[in-house]
Design a protein around this ligand. Structure first.
Ligand SMILES: [Zn+2]
Ligand SMILES: [Zn+2]
Length: 312
């Protein structure tokens, strides 16, 4: 009887014990299952996080590239005596495209339209974007391509020194464009100025870009004297000069005269120089030697970037 009683208690105890094991086992399974789900969820969460991060990074990158592009002023030499980009053609003359400003501007139009258009194609320039043309002076190596350009793009503003002959003005108007005679300094679009007509014998105007690093002066032939242009630009915009580039017309200047110009550049605080077109090889070499790393090599296809003053 006692044995039976003890035996049944043992049976009950064992049954309870087995029950406990069973519950624990089930709980363990449940725990493993939940754990698996948690790991799986964690993995999925991490995966989505990674994808979102990659998208956010790409988005931020796109935005920064876009704002950078928007705030950059770009100049491209379309016509010049010197070669910079293989595939473009050189010839006596000058033309430069300015993009990234409020309006896209073509400064001068070279000599031969065939060469100008070859370089425009080679450099993948979209002519349709040009909204303003500035002609520095009435010499064929700056006006040569104008009327071929005006055949392609209509109703744009052409800024000419005030002394230009009436027949030239009429030809521009006949080409369905607006001829604007420039006498005094003028802002032709935001942060882009013209010096106004300068000089006595050969009348000429130059273009000034107001950039974050200072003024960028673009010249045609500088018949009115390159130092006079720099002085005038500083008078108009009252800022330091970062760069002067274009033709300086120093072919007949002696070494002493060129060195004197370099000295005056220093006094006027001209930081960088890019002499090209009609400057003359000897004068270019002297300026290059004097400016060293601050000399900017020019030529057909040369592009330069400047930060706009609007950028924070
Ligand atoms: Zn010239
Ligand atoms: Zn000239």
């Amino acid at each position: 009887m006692v044995i039976c009683f003890l035996f049944s208690i043992q049976i009950i105890g064992l049954a309870q014990f087995t029950e406990v094991i069973k519950i624990n086992y089930n709980n363990y399974l449940l725990f493993v299952e939940l754990n698996k789900k948690t790991i799986k969820m964690k993995k999925t969460f991490n995966y989505y996080c990674k994808i979102i991060t990659v998208f956010l990074l790409l988005f931020t990158f796109e935005i920064s590239v876009y704002t950078q592009e928007k705030s950059q002023i770009k100049t491209t030499v379309l016509y010049d005596n010197y070669l910079f980009t293989e595939g473009t053609r050189t010839d006596w003359g000058f033309s430069c495209l300015i993009e990234g400003t409020e309006k896209t501007i073509m400064f001068d139009t070279g000599t031969k339209s065939k060469i100008l258009f070859h370089n425009i194609d080679e450099l993948k320039v979209d002519l349709a974007k040009v909204e303003q043309i500035v002609i520095s002076h009435n010499h064929g190596d700056h006006t040569g391509g104008l009327f071929s350009i005006l055949q392609d793009i209509h109703e744009i503003s052409v800024y000419l020194p005030v002394s230009f002959p009436d027949r030239f003005i009429k030809k521009v108007e006949d080409a369905n464009s607006q001829a604007i005679r420039v006498d005094e300094p003028v802002e032709i679009c935001k942060n882009v100025y013209l010096t106004g007509e300068m000089g006595i014998q050969i009348r000429e105007q130059s273009l000034i870009l107001d950039t974050k690093k200072g003024l960028v002066i673009i010249t045609g032939c500088s018949h009115q004297g390159i130092v006079n242009i720099v002085k005038k630009a500083k008078e108009i915009v009252k800022k330091d000069v970062y760069l002067v580039f274009g033709g300086f017309h120093l072919l007949r200047h002696s070494e002493n005269e060129v060195n004197n110009i370099i000295k005056q550049f220093r006094v006027l605080g001209v930081q960088k120089v890019g002499a090209t077109h009609c400057t003359g090889d000897k004068a270019i070499q002297l300026i290059k030697d004097a400016y060293g790393e601050d000399y900017v090599i020019m030529g057909t296809g040369k592009t330069l970037f400047f930060t706009s003053t609007d950028t924070e």
